[in-house]
Design a protein. Structure first.
Length: 457
């Protein structure tokens, strides 16, 4: 299929139109669903439009080339991955336009959700001058992108949460299950929880979570009284869950109740486990239910057994500020992973003013103070992982409530405070107090998923 190419979109036009939504409605930033690695659009914050506004051709020729950021995303078709991919593209565009940086342009390549197309997209992006790549979404495609990127000394900010792909110039923008587990366990211990039980999904994700869970409990000086793994499917869950519930109830009868039950599930298994917990008469006022960001799905509170449960997730106040801006621009709520795309493009923009060859070095990408993102501070680590401040939330009948915010020092990083760039992650100065604007809505969950899968992306 013929490639569709577009002239760079200019911030001057956007500002004159008063919103990015007007530009998109005009069809300037169109989406192509054709061949793999198509250059879907080239978006720039340059204040002139194809020479018709301020700046003659001679002025244009004298200006330095814009810094090019590439995004490699699944965009073709109508499946879940393409829907999420479109939201990631929109988040990158939002970061660019909110930055107002005239020296940056964004190019987007469709990878069709497969490694071969992702590799081709990376090669094309680098040939077109990309100095940093955001994406791909899936871990299986990272190696194909990383190979040409390493050869060209171009760092990759992947949106996958598969720790196995990190390193060698590849950085994970996603929340890691290890960090989430450490956060919820340490918070529970700080609230006096000393004895834990766990019901953990089978598979690689569960393996990672279980290791992190055991390490976090040990570090906190607490103990694990029982742990079970379960396979997907209602029948497969039944016996492991029954064994855990019997141990919890027996401990309660003997006067030494289990303080917390850790269930790092998601919308694929929690609706099945909820009725089993209730049927077993587990007293959740005594045994606190704990989860990870997989609990962050619409209507979890319909199952009353989970109301009052604690989990790690997006800070609802800071997330809502981003979500509202996104929805006002694009007409729908973003998936949570869109925040990571927004942060990745924003991080790249914040470093774009540095001299070519010195912008996206490991030292700059991994500066200890990190960056202020959508949901609190984050930093990239030399091993390719990321560290984030995570909020702790409590499930309510409708939505959730923040019970511990994401402020404070980034775990295992030095010292807290403003990024040396003083940016929100989009090139804009932090508001007074160093936090994004507050929001009033309480149900901050997105309209679609990809918050915390039960296996690495």
């Amino acid at each position: 299929m013929r490639q569709l190419r577009h002239k760079p979109l200019k911030a001057g036009w956007w500002l004159a139109s008063r919103s990015l939504a007007h530009v998109l409605a005009a069809g300037v930033a169109s989406v192509c669903v054709g061949a793999c690695a198509t250059n879907l659009n080239s978006v720039s914050a340059d204040p002139s439009v194809d020479g018709s506004q301020a700046g003659a051709e001679t002025d244009k020729a004298s200006r330095p080339k814009p810094v090019t950021i590439a995004m490699i995303l699944p965009l073709a078709g109508f499946g879940r991955a393409a829907i999420v991919g479109k939201s990631l593209k929109q988040a990158g565009e939002l970061a660019l336009f909110e930055s107002g940086n005239p020296a940056v342009q964004l190019i987007v390549k469709n990878d069709d959700g497969n490694a071969a197309a992702a590799g081709t997209g990376a090669q094309q992006a680098i040939a077109e001058g990309a100095e940093i790549i955001v994406g791909p979404l899936f871990g299986a495609s990272v190696a194909a992108v990383a190979a040409p990127a390493r050869a060209a000394n171009v760092p990759v900010l992947t949106l996958s949460n598969d720790r196995a792909v990190a390193g060698g110039g590849v950085y994970l923008m996603s929340d890691l299950p290890e960090s989430e587990t450490e956060r919820i366990v340490s918070f529970a211990i700080s609230r006096g929880k000393r004895t834990f039980a766990a019901l953990i999904p089978a598979g690689p994700y569960g393996d990672t979570v279980e290791r992190a869970f055991r390490a976090a409990v040990m570090r906190g000086g607490a103990s694990i009284v029982a742990s079970e793994r379960f396979e997907p499917g209602a029948n497969a869950m039944l016996q492991p869950a029954k064994r855990i519930f019997e141990i919890i109830n027996e401990a309660a009868r003997n006067g030494g109740p289990v303080d917390a039950l850790f269930i790092p599930g998601n919308q694929d298994n929690l609706p099945t486990l909820g009725p089993q917990i209730a049927h077993a008469n587990i007293d959740t006022a005594t045994t606190q239910l704990l989860g990870l960001s997989g609990w962050e799905y619409p209507n979890i509170g319909r199952d009353k057994i989970f109301v009052g449960g604690w989990y790690t997730g997006q800070d609802p106040i800071e997330w809502q500020a981003f979500s509202q801006r996104f929805a006002q621009t694009f007409g729908q709520a973003p998936p949570h992973v869109a925040a990571r795309a927004f942060e990745a493009v924003g991080l790249a923009i914040s470093l774009a003013a540095r001299p070519k060859g010195q912008r996206f070095t490991q030292a700059n990408l991994t500066m200890p103070a990190g960056f202020a993102g959508v949901n609190g501070r984050f930093s990239l680590n030399p091993d390719g992982t990321s560290s984030r401040n995570l909020a702790v939330l409590a499930v309510e009948d409708f939505g959730s409530a923040r019970i511990d915010d994401a402020s404070g020092a980034i775990p295992s990083q030095s010292p807290a405070g403003r990024s040396p760039l003083g940016l929100t992650g989009t090139g804009r100065p932090l508001p007074a107090g160093g936090r994004l604007p507050a929001a009033t809505a309480t149900d901050h969950r997105p309209s679609n998923g990809f918050a915390s899968p039960s296996a690495p992306l």
